[in-house]
Design a binder for this molecule. Structure first.
Ligand code: SF4
Length: 99
């Protein structure tokens, strides 16, 4: 079921609570240019992470990026390198759990 919402700037946003991406409409990044979350240097990563640090859906955002193996950008406050590290650690955890 879809519900249209109006954000703090009066823009109408489409909200579909059944969608796998419905949480995105609550993300702090929606009021920033997308390029902020695809930085080219460490300072840019820190800037994006500061925004993610105040985001109410950061946990879901990180889960989404990990589940869909999104390689680029800052998601859920985690850089590309940090997400690769999390995925490697999970892989190791799963392989040792089988033993
Ligand atoms: S955690 Fe960051 S990238 Fe994810 S929705 Fe929130 S602000 Fe956007």
């Amino acid at each position: 079921m879809k519900n249209n919402r109006t954000d703090e700037f009066g823009r109408i946003t489409i909200h579909d609570p059944d969608s796998v991406t419905s949480w995105m409409s609550d993300g702090k990044c929606r009021i920033h240019p997308p390029a902020v979350f695809f930085p080219s240097d460490g300072a840019g990563v820190e800037r994006a992470q500061a925004i993610c640090g105040r985001c109410p859906v950061a946990e879901r955002c990180l889960d989404y990026a990990l589940e869909f193996r999104i390689e680029h950008g800052v998601w859920g406050g985690a850089s590309e390198r940090e997400r690769r590290r999390i995925l490697r650690r999970r892989k190791v955890d799963l392989s040792t759990a089988d033993q």
